[in-house]
Ligand binder design. Structure first.
Ligand SMILES: *[C@@H]1O[C@H](CO)[C@@H](O)[C@H](O)[C@H]1NC(C)=O
Ligand SMILES: *[C@@H]1O[C@H](CO)[C@@H](O)[C@H](O)[C@H]1NC(C)=O
Length: 299
């Protein structure tokens, strides 16, 4: 077994920049570190001991170890953490190997917010349009939103948007609804090879550190239109309709009873407003995609 190289920092000259990198459980992060010359990347085990995750022996070549990949070229270092777990959280440092004067500390946080981490499955029908929605954490509102597809261990960008405008590239289009913190990607004329794993992603740069945080994993399952199950959507509608009907009946009974008991305005009005609020909340699950509803329900 190879002995892990340790770097000990006794002298720290000048202030060290520190950047928070939010990752999501099960997701991945790709961190770019951009100094001028050769660099290292290590994880702090104690306050003074920083251990290399992978040794950057060779330049211009991906080096893989477990869930990590490292790419080192002159003047930049890229590190990918895959399938993030809570144990990956902690302080890391990226710095110049020779001069030891330039370094950045990276505080990798691993969130497990049910809204924006984990895996979802979306079904697309051949020749039709499929919409994939990515609910994102509030802190990413102003960042660019990217949609990536996994290719083996790596991933490639499909489309991205910088702002509010809808952007189209061939069969793909993207738009960011900042008010509802959700960005959507449409794939029109769905083909067999569109199937696979995609990532809802954000990009941010700060203090010579850039990172992509791949937060939600989306499995796109492509199928023939003739396989389309009759139940799926109509089942949801039926359930919503039943729930709405029950609430309406329940509401009417309540209002009726209240009126019957006491015809005092104030009490009956406040009860009625409460009843209608519940009903409109439930109607949301008919008009909105399921995951958006779930996401809102969680908060
Ligand atoms: C991701 O990591 C978890 C443990 O943290 C493991 O159970 C799971 O199988 C891993 N998933 C993949 C796709 O490697
Ligand atoms: C996706 O398609 C839907 C329905 O066709 C449309 O309302 C929406 O604006 C499209 N979004 C994008 C990003 O193209």
């Amino acid at each position: 077994m190879k002995i892990l190289l340790l770097i000990t920092f006794y002298l720290i000259s000048g202030p060290v920049g520190c950047v928070d990198v939010p990752g999501y459980k099960g997701g991945r992060v790709k961190i770019y570190c951009i100094p001028q010359t050769a660099v290292y990347f290590c994880k702090f085990k104690t306050q003074t001991k920083c251990e290399y995750l992978i040794e950057a022996q060779e330049q211009n070549k991906w080096i893989n170890k477990d869930r990590f990949s490292l790419y080192h070229s002159t003047g930049s270092l890229t590190l990918i953490f895959r399938n993030l777990s809570l144990q990956d959280a902690g302080m890391y440092r990226c710095g110049e190997t020779r001069a030891m004067t330039w370094s950045r500390d990276i505080n990798l946080k691993v969130n497990s917010d049910p809204c924006c981490s984990g895996t979802r499955t979306v079904t697309g029908y051949l020749g039709q349009t499929v919409t994939i929605r990515c609910s994102y954490p509030v802190e990413f509102e102003k960042n660019s939103k990217h949609f990536y597809k996994r290719t083996g261990d790596y991933e490639h960008e499909v489309i991205y948007t910088n702002g509010r405008e809808q952007y189209q590239d061939g069969r793909f289009s993207i738009s960011d609804d900042r008010r509802n913190k959700v960005f959507s990607v449409n794939i029109s004329d769905v083909r067999e090879d569109d199937g696979g794993v995609y990532f809802c992603t954000v990009w941010k740069t700060e203090e010579s550190i850039g990172y992509y945080s791949f937060f939600t994993k989306v499995h796109l399952h492509v199928t023939d239109d003739t396989d389309r199950p009759q139940t799926g959507f109509s089942f949801i509608i039926t359930v919503c309709a039943s729930v709405t009907l029950l609430l309406l009946i329940g509401g009417s009974v309540l209002v009726y009873k209240l009126k019957k008991r006491k015809t005092r305005d104030s009490a009956s009005i406040s009860q009625r407003t409460e009843g209608s609020h519940t009903v409109s909340n439930n109607l949301l699950c008919c008009s909105e995609k399921q995951h958006v509803y779930k996401c809102k329900g969680h908060t």
